[in-house]
Design a protein around this ligand. Structure first.
Ligand SMILES: [Zn+2]
Length: 318
């Protein structure tokens, strides 16, 4: 059996795990790194934690073939250099892949977390066995990964798949990227909540108060209220799905994928969003590619980051 290490940078900590060649997690652990240390010290700490996980796994070290690192922010997957790591700025500019290889003696690879999650779904999740797959994560941000002919497509500047900033409305809602009308501002977490609140503040009746999370309207609360028949919540998720579906139709026409896989926290609303999205996508896409694509929810759930990161090593070492 072959094994691969995944290192997943999250908002608050770093997860390290090992998967086998079937994508099953053999061992996982998480730890916090001290952001005030300098970049080399942080890489050394990550390497020590990785070595500990490899030791704890009791696997023959030679059967662990490589390491994949998934990180949010700007980076260069070809050189393995981090450019802008929002939570740990001392890692900016650090060649993390080379650093880990030098210390651990195994090939290491770096890519952004949305691309790695897409690879995880492609190898071991909802895209297993397919060749052409697009994965989208809907959360606070909206990101995408494009896999064509079995290979991750990164583009000329490694930004392919930045689907959250596809413009869907001229002079639409302002987006922090500097543009306006970006998809993310409509189908991302905050966009959904804003859409809901506009109607709620106008006095549209809703049972949302029964489902608030810590007193807040969230996509999860809206999904729960919708599941219970709340008309406003159903409408807001339907509108979200329709907007998403119109962009998916464009992707279907442009790239002719076999599957579009939707992950991230917002995707937990499931068919409440995916149902209307599918109808809209089928309606707007050219019929030949539309008949060959499925729109499905991601399968890897909470392990998507870890399995994805390890899948980056799989993709590079296969
Ligand atoms: Zn934007």
């Amino acid at each position: 059996m072959k094994y691969y290490v995944g290192i997943d940078f999250g908002g608050t900590g770093i997860k390290v795990g090992i998967i086998d060649e079937n994508g099953k997690i053999v061992i996982k652990d998480s730890f916090v790194t001290d952001p005030s240390k300098n970049g080399d010290e942080i890489v050394k700490h990550i390497a020590e934690c990785t070595q500990k996980v490899m030791d704890d796994s009791k696997l023959p070290q030679d059967d662990i073939l490589g390491i994949g690192v998934g990180c949010p922010g700007l980076l260069n997957p070809e050189t393995g250099q981090l450019k802008v790591v929002v939570n740990i700025p001392n890692l900016n500019g650090v060649y993390i892949a080379k650093g880990l290889t030098d210390i651990l003696g195994k090939p290491a690879f770096l890519d952004n977390d949305v691309n790695t999650m897409s690879l995880g779904e492609f190898y071991y999740g909802a895209g297993k066995g397919l060749k052409h797959v697009i994965a989208l994560t809907l959360g606070t941000g909206v990101g995408g990964g494009i896999i064509l002919n079995g290979e991750l497509y990164r583009g000329a500047s490694f930004t392919a798949g930045e689907l959250g900033h596809v413009s869907i409305a001229r002079d639409g809602k302002y987006c922090p990227c500097g543009n306006s009308g970006c998809l993310e501002r409509y189908v991302g977490r905050d966009g959904i909540i804003e859409n809901f609140m506009i109607s709620k503040n106008k006095g549209v009746e809703t049972s949302i108060d029964k489902y608030l999370e810590d007193g807040e309207v969230t996509p999860k609360a809206i999904a729960m209220a919708a599941g219970d028949g709340d008309a406003l919540s159903i409408r807001v998720l339907e509108e979200t799905g329709k907007i998403l579906g119109s962009v998916l139709a464009t992707l279907v026409n442009a790239l002719n994928p076999q599957a579009i896989i939707i992950g991230g926290g917002v995707s937990n609303a499931g068919e409440l969003i995916l149902g209307p999205a599918r109808i809209e996508m089928m309606k707007l896409a050219y019929s030949i590619p539309a008949n060959d694509v499925v729109l499905v929810k991601a399968k890897l759930g909470n392990d998507a980051g870890l399995v994805g990161s390890a899948s980056l090593a799989v993709a590079n070492l296969k």
